[in-house]
Write a protein of this length. Structure first.
Ligand code: PGA
Length: 253
C-alpha cells in the first residue's frame, strides 16, 4: 500500500513572514490529527523562506521541500543553490523539472536527469515532474512526451535509487488554469507511467513508486482524483496557499 503524499508548491508566492504564517497555521491545524500520520505532507516555500519555515515545521508531521536545486556542489553558478545548502536547512524533498522551469526557464531533460541523480546521491527525495501541453494532448502524443521525460530522468539510475523517487504527473494545460484533468484522464496517464517504470525496472518497483497528480487540484476534486488506483497524492499550487484548501486536500487523501 503506497502512502499518499500531498505537497504544496508555493511557487513565487509569499514573503518570509507570510510563509512563516502559513506554515504556522498549517502545523497548528494538522498537529495531533490522526489523518496527518497516514499521509505525507510537504510544503515547498521559496528558497528565502526555507530556513524560517524549517524551524516552524520541525517536529510536526509537515516536511520541507525545495522548488528546485542545482546539480553542482558549489561555485560560480549565479542564482543557484546546492543540495548541501538545502540539507543544511532541513529540506527533505526537491521538486525537479516542473513545467514552469521547463517552459519558462529552459529546463532540459538532461538537467532533470543530473539533478535527480544528485538529489538522490545526497539523500534527498526528488519529486520528478512530467506532463504534456494542450497541443501535445490534442495531437495524441501525451504518452510519447511523458515517456521521453520519464526515461530521461531515470536514465542510469539504479533500482535502489529509483525506488526512492516520487513522480508528479502535471498536465501543463491543467496547471493554474482551474481546469483539472478528469479522474479518468489522470488515471490513464498514471497507469501508463507505472507501466513504463515496470518496463524500465520491474513491476514490483513500479508498484512501490508514488505518482502524484498536479494541476488545479482542489478540495472539491481531490477525493475523486485520489480514488483512482494509480493516483497517490497531489502536487498542489494555488490551493496550497490557503490553509483551509490545503487541509481539505490532505483530508481527502
Ligand atoms: P496548481 O499548480 O495547483 O496551481 O494548478 C500545480 C503545480 O504547478 O504544481
Amino acid at each position: 500500500m503506497r502512502k499518499k503524499i500531498i505537497a504544496g508548491n508555493w511557487k513565487m508566492n509569499k514573503t518570509v513572514d507570510e510563509s512563516a504564517k502559513l506554515a504556522t497555521d498549517l502545523v497548528a491545524a494538522v498537529k495531533g490529527q490522526p489523518y496527518a500520520e497516514s499521509v505525507d505532507i510537504v510544503v515547498c516555500p521559496t528558497y528565502v523562506a526555507l530556513d524560517r519555515v524549517a524551524g516552524i515545521v520541525k517536529g510536526s508531521p509537515v516536511k520541507l521541500g525545495a522548488q528546485d536545486v542545482h546539480f553542482e556542489n558549489q561555485g560560480a553558478f549565479t542564482g543557484k543553490v546546492s543540495t548541501d545548502m538545502l540539507k543544511a536547512v532541513g529540506v527533505t524533498y526537491v521538486i525537479l523539472g516542473h513545467s514552469e522551469q521547463r517552459t519558462l526557464f529552459g529546463e532540459t531533460d538532461e538537467n532533470v536527469r543530473k539533478k535527480t541523480a544528485k538529489v538522490l546521491a545526497e539523500g534527498l527525495i526528488p519529486i520528478i515532474c512530467v506532463g504534456e501541453t494542450l497541443a501535445e494532448r490534442d495531437g495524441g502524443i501525451t504518452e510519447k512526451v511523458v515517456g521521453i521525460q520519464l526515461r530521461a530522468a531515470y536514465q542510469g539510475l539504479s533500482k535502489d535509487d529509483a525506488a526512492k523517487t516520487v513522480i508528479a504527473y502535471e498536465p501543463v494545460w491543467a496547471i493554474g488554469t482551474g481546469r483539472n484533468a478528469t479522474d479518468e484522464q489522470a488515471q490513464a496517464v498514471h497507469k501508463f507511467i507505472r507501466r513504463l517504470l515496470g518496463e524500465i525496472y520491474d513491476a514490483p518497483l513500479a508498484q512501490g513508486i508514488r505518482i502524484q497528480y498536479g494541476g488545479s487540484m482542489k478540495p472539491e476534486n481531490a477525493a475523486g482524483l485520489m480514488a483512482q488506483g494509480d493516483v497517490d497524492g497531489g502536487l498542489i499550487g494555488g490551493a496550497s496557499l490557503k490553509v483551509d484548501a490545503f487541509l481539505g486536500i490532505i483530508k481527502a487523501a
